[in-house]
Design a protein around this ligand. Structure first.
Ligand SMILES: NC(=O)c1ccc[n+]([C@@H]2O[C@H](COP(=O)([O-])OP(=O)(O)OC[C@H]3O[C@@H](n4cnc5c(N)ncnc54)[C@H](OP(=O)(O)O)[C@@H]3O)[C@@H](O)[C@H]2O)c1
Length: 280
């Protein structure tokens, strides 16, 4: 890395932030493309967000990714928001130009591009687990491609609220939902730790299910999918593709996705299922 007086600054804001893998693959991409910029993590507490964002703007930062817990809070602090941000209600990408901050959401397209590596989601019956911020981006993406969605969440009221907004169906009984679904998407944080109580009996997966877990590790759900012979994917591909779309917004360049993926090999990527013939 050759940092000079002309080097531009990109980064990611969140709290905590030390676990973030975005600096790894974004710097690999910048360096590969020969772009005179660096990407750094900024750990910013919720109570400091307004001041920090203004400071970063004044310091000449060109673009930021936004992660937990700031994805919704930043909306109050930016000058413009994209249509997707308006519909999803959260931003994960900020672009600074001419003194203004514009908010974008690339989680939804990151999810779609990653899922496309595994299956064609158009007109599929998809069971979505969870109704938090990630679920909103996934529901937006699934509706965009015309998938038919069954939504389940531990706190049912939240699922009902989202179902109205995104025009999807809510289910109570996960086992029934599983029988109806061709694709299962976990957007909850269950599986971050191996000892988390499973969302359902993962032994009930059939080999025809396609399983996508947004968590960037091999969760018990993904492990069960692997053992059953399902096609599956962890959160790594989505992480890369959402970052790749942010890269496109900041630089105007085609993101080097292969380089981004390669840079994460030491961190557990790839852990998606092998290329098996499509069954669905
Ligand atoms: N791969 C990627 O690029 C990517 C992008 C975004 C997010 N993610 C991952 O997606 C996950 C969710 O993120 P988020 O921003 O949506 O979080 P969030 O807004 O806090 O939502 C958390 C969701 O998990 C559910 N949940 C939490 N503990 C549970 C439990 N013990 N049993 C059942 N449900 C439980 C919550 O249900 P309640 O409503 O009942 O509380 C809620 O639906 C995180 O692990 C995050 O790392 C990955």
């Amino acid at each position: 890395m050759n940092v000079k007086g002309t080097t531009e600054l990109l980064g990611v804001i969140g709290f905590p932030i030390k676990h973030s893998l975005s600096p790894v693959f974004q710097n690999a991409a910048l360096s590969y493309m020969g772009i005179d910029a660096v990407y750094v993590p900024f750990e910013i507490r919720p109570e400091d967000l307004k001041e920090a964002l203004n400071g970063l703007r004044l310091a000449g930062v060109k673009g930021l990714n936004v992660t937990v817990p700031h994805k919704e809070a930043v909306l109050e602090l930016v000058d413009e928001i994209s249509d997707e941000v308006e519909k999803i209600g959260a931003a994960n990408t900020l672009k600074f130009y001419e003194g203004k901050i514009v908010a974008y959401n690339t989680d939804w397209i990151g999810f779609l591009k990653a899922a496309e590596e595994l299956t064609d989601l158009r007109e599929k019956k998809v069971l979505v687990l969870g109704a938090g911020g990630a679920s909103r981006a996934v529901l937006y993406a699934l509706k965009k491609v015309g998938a038919s969605v069954l939504l389940w969440n531990r706190t049912k009221e939240k699922a009902i609220r989202l179902a109205k907004e995104f025009e999807v169906s809510v289910i109570d009984n996960l086992e029934e939902g599983l029988e109806m679904a061709e694709v299962v998407v976990n957007t909850t944080s269950v599986g971050l730790k191996d000892e988390d109580k499973p969302l359902f009996d993962y032994g009930r997966l059939s080999e025809d299910h396609v399983v996508i877990d947004l968590i960037y590790r091999e969760t018990p759900l993904v492990r069960a999918a692997r053992e059953k012979g399902c096609r599956f994917q962890t959160g790594f591909p989505m992480l890369v593709y959402q970052g790749a779309e942010s890269f496109r917004i900041w630089t105007g360049c085609e993101p080097p996705v292969k380089i981004m993926k390669l840079s994460l090999q030491d961190y557990g990527y790839p852990t998606e299922s092998p290329r098996t013939p499509s069954r669905t």
